[in-house]
Design a protein around this ligand. Structure first.
Ligand code: AMP
Ligand code: MG
Length: 418
C-alpha cells in the first residue's frame, strides 16, 4: 500500500480495521502507511549538524588512513634484516608524526619512529622500543617479529569511494567525528520538521501563576517540548487553548497551514468538552482514535491536509507513553531516518501486577541488576495515568502484551529501556 493511495475507504475495507479499539501493532503499521519522509534538504556546517539526518550517502573521498603509519613508538625496520636471533641495525634518522623521514632505508639500517609517523621508504615493520637494546646508533633487535607488525595500513579503516554513512543516518557524536576525519566541513541534511503543539483544557494555566480552585498547571506542553527538542524538531508552540470548538478549529487550521505535524494533548476522549475527534473528522480525516492499550486509550491519528495530526490524551503519563510508543518513530521516519523497533529484553518482575487481558499495557518500571547479573524489574508503584512522577522515577517500560492477564511475582516480563 502506498501512502498516497491509502484512503479511509480502503482502510475501512481492511480486515480487522477498527478505529475504535486498535491493537498497538496494527496502529503502528497503519501510521507507517501514511508517512512520506521530507525530501527538502540543505547544506550546513558540520559543527551545526549534530542530531540532523543525512540527506545523501557519504562516499569517502580518501583512504583512511591515507598512508601506512606506525602504531607504536619504536624502530621502523626491514623485516628481512631480522632473520638472526640477535640483529644489529644502524639507526639513520627519526620519523615523527607530521614530519616524515625523507630518505630511503637500505639493508642493515633502521629509523627511530613515533606513533602516527609515516613508514619510511624501504621499511615494512615496526619493532616496539621496549623490545630493542640501543647503544648510540646501533640498535639490537631479537627474533620473533612478524612482517608488517605495528603498522596501520593505508585504507585499513575506510577505502576511498566506499559508502561510509548512508542516507537517513542520524548524525551523532561518532558521525560528527567521522565526517571531520574525512575532511568534510559541510554536510547535506534533511530540513527540520516543523511541529505545532498545543494543549487543550479550560482547567489549564501556565506555570508561574497562582492556581485558582479547579485549575491545574499545563504540564503536557513542557513534556512535549522536551521530547521534541530531543528529536531536533522546530517547535511551533501554540500555547494552551480553551475548550471552545470554534477556537480549537481555528487553531488547528492555522497550525495545519504552517506545520508538518500537529501534536495536541487533551480533549480526545468522549467528554462533552472533547472536540478533537469531531474536528479532525470535519476538517481532515481520522485514521483511528482509540487504542487497545493502557495508558493511552484515546489517541487520535489522522491528517489535516498534508499535515499529520496526533491527538494525545490529556493524562500526563499517557502523553509520554503514546509519544514514545507511536509518535517518536513516526517523526523519525518523517525526518528521513530508518527507525528500528525499540530495544527490548526480558527481566524478572519482582512485584505482582494486576492486568486485564485484551489490551497492551505499558507499566512504568525500575530496572536493576542483581549481584548474580540477572536483570530485575519492579513497578514504580501506583500506575494511574495522572501520576507523572512515575515517569520520572522509571527507567523502563514493562510491556505487557494484549493477551496477558495478571503477572505473578517472579515472572519473566518484557522490558523497554527509556
Ligand atoms: P482530557 O483528555 O482533556 O479529558 O484530560 C484528561 C486529564 O488530563 C484531565 O484530568 C486533565 O485535567 C488532564 N490534563 C489535560 N491536559 C493537561 C495538560 N496539558 N497538563 C496536565 N494535565 C492535563
Ligand atoms: Mg480536557
Amino acid at each position: 500500500m502506498e501512502s498516497q493511495h491509502l484512503t479511509l475507504s480502503t482502510l475501512a475495507s481492511m480486515e480487522d480495521y477498527d478505529p475504535n479499539s486498535m491493537p498497538v501493532e496494527q496502529a503502528r503499521l497503519l501510521i507507517k502507511q501514511f508517512l512520506a519522509p521530507v525530501t527538502e534538504y540543505e547544506t550546513i556546517r558540520l559543527q551545526d549538524a549534530f542530531h540532523r539526518t543525512l540527506a545523501a550517502d557519504v562516499l569517502s573521498p580518501m583512504n583512511v588512513p591515507p598512508h601506512d603509519y606506525s602504531s607504536m613508538d619504536g624502530y621502523a625496520v626491514r623485516h628481512a634484516d631480522l632473520s638472526g636471533s640477535s640483529n644489529k641495525l644502524k639507526k639513520i634518522g627519526t620519523a615523527f608524526a607530521g614530519h616524515a623521514f625523507a630518505g630511503q632505508v637500505a639493508a642493515g639500517e633502521c629509523v627511530r619512529i613515533m606513533t602516527g609517523a609515516l613508514i619510511p621508504a624501504g621499511c615494512d615493520s615496526v619493532v616496539m622500543q621496549e623490545q630493542v637494546k640501543a647503544e648510540g646508533d646501533i640498535i639490537e633487535i631479537g627474533s620473533g617479529h612478524k612482517r608488517g607488525q605495528n603498522i596501520r595500513l593505508v585504507g585499513e579503516d575506510i577505502v576511498q569511494g566506499s559508502v561510509v554513512l548512508a542516507r537517513g543516518q542520524l548524525i551523532r557524536p561518532a558521525e560528527m567525528g567521522l565526517l571531520a576525519s574525512l575532511g568534510f566541513n559541510e554536510v547535506s541534511v534533511y530540513r527540520k520538521l516543523k511541529i505545532a503543539i498545543f494543549s487543550t483544557g479550560d482547567e489549564l494555566i501556565q506555570p508561574g501563576t497562582a492556581l485558582a480552585s479547579g485549575q491545574i498547571y499545563d504540564s503536557n506542553r513542557y513534556t512535549l517540548i522536551g521530547l521534541l527538542t530531543e528529536l531536533g524538531a522546530d517547535i511551533l508552540d501554540m500555547g494552551n487553548i480553551r475548550d471552545d470548538k470554534d477556537v480549537v478549529r481555528a487553531v488547528l487550521l492555522k497550525a495545519s497551514s504552517q506545520a508538518d505535524v500537529i501534536i495536541t494533548s487533551g480533549g480526545v476522549s468522549v467528554g462533552e468538552a472533547d472536540y478533537i475527534k469531531q474536528l479532525l473528522a470535519e476538517i481532515g480525516e481520522v485514521v483511528f482514535w482509540k487504542l487497545a492499550m493502557k495508558p493511552g486509550r484515546p489517541l487520535a491519528y489522522g491528517k489535516i491536509g498534508h499535515c499529520h495530526f496526533f491527538g494525545l490524551p490529556g493524562n500526563p503519563v499517557a502523553v509520554m507513553v503514546t509519544f514514545l510508543q507511536f509518535v517518536r518513530n513516526a517523526l523519525w521516519e518523517l525526518m528521513g531516518q530508518h527507525p528500528k523497533p525499540a530495544f527490548s529484553f526480558q527481566a524478572i518482575c519482582t512485584t505482582p501486577i494486576k492486568k486485564a487481558a485484551g489490551r497492551t499495557e505499558f507499566q512504568r518500571g525500575i530496572l536493576t541488576q542483581g549481584e548474580d547479573g540477572i536483570w530485575m524489574v519492579q513497578t514504580t508503584g501506583e500506575q494511574g495515568s495522572g501520576i507523572l512522577s512515575s515517569m520520572s522515577k522509571a527507567n523502563c517500560f514493562i510491556v505487557l502484551p494484549m493477551e496477558q492477564g495478571n503477572v505473578d511475582k517472579g515472572s519473566v516480563v518484557q522490558i523497554q529501556l527509556f
